[in-house]
Write a protein that binds this ligand. Structure first.
Ligand SMILES: O=C(O)CCC(=O)C(=O)O
Length: 292
């Protein structure tokens, strides 16, 4: 296990900020505490039990897989944790919005993978620098459990062509895969454990292999944006202010839910989903629902 990178008064030092912009990722960094991560897993698994057959309008998997912050307060608690935001501030500055919180889980001994891709490919914001992802594990992410692999320096590319595979074992909405043969030797395995996190740039080529371990691999994945970013392919898009100010108004601001799946939050979730699905699934070679 790699030692957590040292912060200066809870913030990224200039050499670490430089390393992020040079490599397109940074890890392992301190995140929420180990206890917080393990308790968040307990809450996540309780939601899985309590809400699976509760008659929600969408499949529970959809709420877990995208925009969990709209309906699950514990997802907002993680995304707004001051320690995490102090680190994010070093990358995108003092005004920080949450674009999405997503749970990526892989069951033990299963073939689910994430093909190599760039996040920004289908998000309608262009090839921007003002989006950073914090990948916060709620269980250990190791090469055996299917941790992420990053390609160093690949964020210096534009958005590259991707092919849709719609493979059932792929956790991405379209099974999208970057049309580049990534040499296995160029993949850096991002082993991290509860209490740590990794950061990656929206253009960094990354993916992850199957979980061959005996435990679930669960991560809380938070997409942070600067308020001056904007949605170019839909009239409206949504974000939650986590710190600082939004002086641009490019995103409709949403507030944190007060309880799990509050009816008004579930209705808002559906509204956001309808608008974002048009962007995410634009020109898809196969009609498919977003994260059903
Ligand atoms: O959790 C994974 O394996 C992949 C997550 C991912 O693609 C991302 O965080 O952008």
């Amino acid at each position: 296990m790699l030692d957590t990178l040292p912060l200066q008064n809870g913030q990224l030092s200039q050499p670490l900020i430089d390393q992020y912009w040079n490599d397109g990722y940074l890890f392992p960094l301190p995140a929420i505490s180990r206890d917080h991560a393990l308790n968040a897993r307990i809450e996540f698994e309780k939601i899985e039990r309590d809400w699976l057959n509760a008659g929600l309008p969408q499949a529970l998997n959809s709420y877990k897989r995208v925009n969990a912050h709209v309906v699950m307060p514990f997802a907002v608690d993680i995304a707004c944790h001051p320690q995490v935001l102090d680190v994010i501030e070093g990358i995108i500055g003092p005004d920080i919005m949450i674009y999405s919180v997503e749970f990526f889980s892989k069951e033990p001994h299963t073939d689910h993978v994430v093909s190599m891709h760039q996040d920004l490919t289908y998000w309608g914001m262009g090839a921007i620098d003002g989006l950073v992802t914090a990948w916060i594990p709620l269980s250990s992410a190791t090469p055996a459990s299917g941790c992420m692999d990053f390609v160093r320096g690949s964020h210096k590319n534009p958005i590259l062509p991707h092919d849709d595979t719609f493979d059932d074992n792929n956790l991405l909405s379209r099974g999208q895969e970057v049309r580049v043969d990534v040499d296995p030797a160029d993949k850096v395995a991002i082993e991290i454990h509860p209490g740590q996190m990794s950061l990656h740039h929206g253009l960094t080529i990354h993916g992850s292999g199957p979980n061959m371990s005996d435990d679930r691999r669960i991560a809380c994945v938070v997409r942070y944006i600067r308020p001056d970013m904007s949605q170019e392919q839909a009239e409206e898009d949504f974000a939650m202010l986590a710190r600082g100010e939004d002086r641009f108004g490019n995103f409709t601001q949403i507030s944190a839910p007060k309880k799990n799946f509050a009816p008004e939050a579930v209705a808002l979730y559906d509204h956001i989903r309808q608008i974002q699905a048009q962007v995410y699934m634009n020109n898809a070679t196969q009609k498919s629902d977003m994260y059903a």
